[in-house]
Ligand binder design. Structure first.
Ligand code: C2E
Ligand code: MG
Ligand code: MG
Ligand code: MG
Length: 315
């Protein structure tokens, strides 16, 4: 609200606000072009590694076994440089671009999955679906066509959704999740624990995986205060929480991925709690597909599992 100060000057500077909305409008217009051209929006890929392989205890991340990658979008903007998703995803939700954008992300991710597949690697690629797209009537059909066009096995695609998408229309979400499962595409709940954590939906939704939000992972294994009132030497609060989520998930037949793993101490605790998979800077930052470590990629060859001794021994 504009306020008149003493001499009648308006202290609220409307020009700042106008400047921002003008910028936002322009960015929305440019995003439309970027989605149509399909050149400026690029995907980076971040490794997900097994915590149950026995090869990796977090001390030597190069011994990790790759279980998949997550595709994360970036905008190579002609004048503003490299923009992270938080800078432009909110714009998508306000426009009709969400669907063509998601189609672009799925096509790009599957093109990459196909390149790896043709080279003999099995690298499931996880894509993030916005709440709006996920429940769109054409979504499953679009996924089916994208896989079919490339003759790509459905197991090479995973779809990540946030808890928001589930609460907006739980019935619809359940249908979409089962339809995806019907195709052979698995689903993950992203940022688990930060949203509308009504655990009861887990029982009803045929999801395959929980991605434990980074906020629960950061600091695991570090010294710090335990549960309030608990005797010294008892596990920390985070650890109790993660242990319970892993236990619950496993009882429901779900995998658990820990997000934002940066420290080997976190790996040690996650492994001891039976967490299945880890993703985080410790194992690799999101990067162009060509930058994925060849050693990691090699661990996805179907034949690799039969010759682990040679691989482990190294040169
Ligand atoms: P997300 O799906 O939870 O992705 C994980 C985010 O955590 C990514 O941020 C990733 O770079 C970051 N991250 C991974 N490991 C670490 C770590 O060890 N430490 C820290 N501090 N951060 C880590 P990013 O790439 O900025 O993406 C942010 C969010 O944007 C994603 O969160 C996802 O919700 C959304 N997003 C990204 N790509 C897409 C997309 O193609 N479509 C849609 N709808 N949303 C997307
Ligand atoms: Mg995600
Ligand atoms: Mg996440
Ligand atoms: Mg997150």
């Amino acid at each position: 609200a504009a306020k008149r100060a003493g001499g009648g000057a308006v202290t609220y500077d409307a020009s700042v606000h106008d400047h921002h909305s003008a910028l936002r409008l322009e960015l929305a217009r440019e995003l439309r072009t970027a989605v149509a051209q399909r050149e400026q929006l690029v995907l980076h890929y971040q490794p997900q590694v097994s915590l149950s392989s026995g090869r990796d205890d977090g001390r030597d991340p190069s011994r990790a076994v790759l279980t998949g990658v997550e595709a994360l979008v970036r905008w190579q903007h002609p004048t503003h440089g490299f923009l992270p998703p938080c800078e432009f995803l909110p714009l998508l939700e306000q426009t009709d671009l969400a669907h063509p954008f998601t189609a672009l992300v799925i096509d790009t991710a599957l093109d990459q999955a196909q390149r790896w597949h043709l080279a003999g690697y099995e690298v499931p690629v996880a894509v993030n679906a916005s709440a709006q797209c996920f429940t769109h009537p054409g979504f499953v059909e679009q996924v089916a066509r994208a896989l079919h066009r490339r003759a790509l096995p459905a197991r090479l695609l995973r779809v990540e959704i946030t808890e928001e998408a589930l609460v907006v229309d739980p019935g619809r979400a359940a249908t979409v999740i089962s339809d995806l499962r019907g195709l052979g595409v698995s689903t993950s709940i992203d940022d688990f624990g930060t949203g509308y954590s009504s655990l009861s939906y887990l029982r009803r939704l045929p999801v395959d995986e929980l991605k434990l939000d980074r906020s629960f992972v950061t600091g695991l294994g570090a010294d710090g205060p335990g549960v309030p009132g608990a005797p010294a030497g008892e596990p920390r609060g985070d650890e109790v929480l993660v242990a319970s989520v892993v236990d619950l998930a496993h009882r429901l037949g779900l995998h658990v991925v820990a997000e934002g793993v940066e420290d080997p101490r976190e790996v040690r605790v996650l492994r001891s709690l039976g967490c299945d998979t880890a993703q985080g800077y410790l194992y690799g930052r999101p990067a162009p597909a060509e930058q994925l470590s060849p050693e990691l990629l090699e661990t996805t060859r179907p034949s690799w599992r039969w010759v682990p001794a040679q691989r482990v021994a190294g040169p």
